[in-house]
Write a protein that binds this ligand. Sequence first.
Ligand SMILES: Cc1cc2nc3c(=O)[nH]c(=O)nc-3n(C[C@H](O)[C@H](O)[C@H](O)COP(=O)(O)OP(=O)(O)OC[C@H]3O[C@@H](n4cnc5c(N)ncnc54)[C@H](O)[C@@H]3O)c2cc1C
Length: 444
Amino acid sequence: MTVTETTPAQPDSAQAADVMALAGELAAERSKPEWRTFSLELNDEQQEIRSWAHEFAASVMRPAAEEWDERETTPWPIIQEAAKIGLYSLDSNINLFIDPSGLLMPLVHEELFWGDAGLGMSLMGTGLASSAIFSNGTPEQWSEWLPRCYGTADDVKVAAFCSSEPGAGSDVSAIRTRATYDEKTDEWVINGQKAWATNGGIADIHVVVASVDPTLGSKGQVAFVVPKSEVKGLEMGTKLRKHGLRASHTADVFFDNVRIPGKNVLGGKEKLDARLAKAREGGSSRGNASMATFEMTRHIVGAQAVGIARAAYEFALDYAKGREQFGRPIIENQGIAFKLADMAMEIDAARLLVWRAGFMSAALMRGEQPNYRNGEGSMAKLKAGEVAVKVTEEAIQILGGNGYTREYPVERMHRDSKIYTIFEGTSEIQRVVISRAISGMRLR
Ligand SMILES: Cc1cc2nc3c(=O)[nH]c(=O)nc-3n(C[C@H](O)[C@H](O)[C@H](O)COP(=O)(O)OP(=O)(O)OC[C@H]3O[C@@H](n4cnc5c(N)ncnc54)[C@H](O)[C@@H]3O)c2cc1C
């Protein structure tokens, strides 16, 4: 059965109350000082959660990776297995998110993407939509929509975050999808086309960034929740065939006079009206919804890239110890050993940047640290993405002819790694963000 044929699980008030209760309980428990101290020593709970994710990655994801890469379809059975142990769930996401050290999220992502990136994205793609709801929505909207992003272990769902368009990738201010408010019915009417949406069209919950006032550019944009099962006019376009991350579904999504209730605007209409009024007066207003989402998730994406790089490095290290040429293991040649030394060092450097950005993001949410002054979130994503591409390429080199074939996993890892210099802000755009941050100038 495909996801579009199923009826979504409706959150009842008990479920909504559970979400709030769990978040409150975890926040109280983790207000202890030891949770607020930066240390490279992970505490017991962090190590336990990391091992839990590692175990799933090693026993479920790794053995299935090649099959789903070849099938190029959404791995529903793997998502269901992750849901059964609670790894794919809203509770798990809250658990990772409510962490004053900011490390749990990157730790778990690194492990899952070490297991396999295509499967990892199928499990974690929903997080982009749920983070958008979390960062832009009201508590009532969290309770209404967040449980529906994940469904239940018996009826799993995925969610999609739709910002990019054919003419608006790096330049989100060029978004043309329009949302107009129909006062008579208290509904928003959405028209437009979204591109490259992870889980687009197979999700029920679509978080859609649209312009409500094109004259304001990105300040006139806001995110809406569009539940596919409750609307007419939302259609999946072409499902894209990709270079890597082939187990993860990516597609265009079309919105043709899609009507949603007025309350589905994230943050609420009152807040939106106030923001628009301020922008029209020429005053500063909060940045657009998609940029806020990207900033919150950049280091997490970096952690995924670190996971891919680590997997390729470990494979290449073992191979180099076992493969003999000229009567000795190839690792005994400095030409190979030095490559591995550089790979190990670069992975650690990338991880440290990811952890720093994670720590800053958690501190920032507590209001304890200044903003990302030097674009630290972008630094983490940029470094990790480029390390993943370089390390996986070197792993192919170390495996020689074998590395270039589909008989060995480093070829897949290399294909998977490339997206990390493209999505969630290309490497060039990350450099623009960092350059602006360090210079204070409006660099282009
Ligand atoms: C597998 C996959 C999954 C995705 N998932 C999602 C998703 O879930 N939701 C979503 O909204 N989007 C998603 N995307 C879209 C992704 O975020 C965009 O592809 C990305 O932002 C780049 O936009 P673009 O492809 O239009 O490239 P362009 O913006 O056209 O860029 C092309 C090239 O020009 C460079 N460039 C552009 N502007 C500048 C500049 N000012 N300075 C220097 N160089 C510049 C870029 O760095 C790049 O090298 C996904 C894409 C893929 C491939």
